[in-house]
Design a protein around this ligand. Sequence first.
Ligand code: FAD
Length: 360
Amino acid sequence: VNKIRYKTKIAVIGAGQAGLSAAYHLKKLGMAVGSDFIILDEAPSAGGAWQFRWPSLTLSTVNRIHDLPGMSFEETLNGTDTEVQASTAVPRYFEQYEKKFGLQVYRPTKVEQVYLHQDRFYIDTTNASFSALGMINATGTWNTPHIPYYPGSERFRGEQLHTKDFKTADYFKNKHVIVVGAGISAIQLLDQISKVTSTTWVTRREPVFNHGPFDDMAGHLAVSMVEERVRAGLAPLSVVSVTGLPYSPEVRDMESRGVLQRFPMFSEITEHAVKWEDGHEQPADIILWNTGFRSTLTHLDAVLPREEAGGIRMAGRLATMVEKEPRIHLVGYGPSASTIGANRAGAAAARELRQTLGLA
Ligand code: FAD
């Protein structure tokens, strides 16, 4: 109630790859940081979700981190050491980036709720209140882990963790771990955990390994499939779910260690086990759900028009514009949920939103 209200033209919510890219382009188009537009982020420091990634995720185990516009990532690395942790290298890069381009981020500032009154969006945050004519939302997915419900889940006496909770494999020592999921995170964590303890790998669908080199063609195809979905107002699928899993040296090693034996999804969780329809049970201490993330959007519930199917119909050159509310752009959403996609989306959103608001 006693919060101060600041007025601005555009609010960028989230300062990960997507938010910083959008901010860079707004500034390049002549807008002043802190007055014409503001950048808000909930996290304590620079780096977007990268600051929270697990320690064993190094620059050699990530897929690829694309440069932000105007400054190369490599410039900020000490030499070419690929074993450096992504959770330190990427935040350091983002921090230097913010400094170099004068992109001052209000942090930690969590946007709690946005509502529309007359022609302005009112943005309530944990420490101040803002109003803006338009918004570029770039809040990513990290804060919205997804765990599907299975009957009996609440009875389980062991621990249920999500990818997001993973720190080191040592934590799992002497426990039997059910690793759920067929994405890149599932494979990487299964690899690490199966080296220190016993595991059971469970996936909903038969995992598809991509034996060919992962080329740009496959990436483009995946992105355009996701783009088609969001333009039709459907919920996005992750880009990786379309490209298949790379058949990496780690995968070959797991095959030879016998840990890649895959089981279909169980149908029930009991106090100490998971159980399949045929009555077969596997006792378990930990269930590790690598079942993905959803877009973090609940703070926009009051202003984001949803389709009947629950999705958001997207428009604009790179499908960043909310069709029924073009004063809101979503970047890092759907087809732009990768570092390269987020980059391009930032540029398109900055340009289109300024046009919509009559600022261009
Ligand atoms: P984020 O980096 O998640 O940034 C969102 C920001 O929004 C955060 O700083 C957060 O604090 C802030 N925020 C959220 N909610 C609020 C709120 N309510 N109020 C204020 N601020 C808020 N992609 C690749 O291209 N290459 C890779 O190698 C790769 N590896 C990955 C590895 C893992 C383990 C995971 C989970 C993802 C990986 N990705 C990779 C996908 C990656 O997440 C995206 O490519 C990209 O980094 C996401 O950027 P973003 O800006 O959309 O989101």
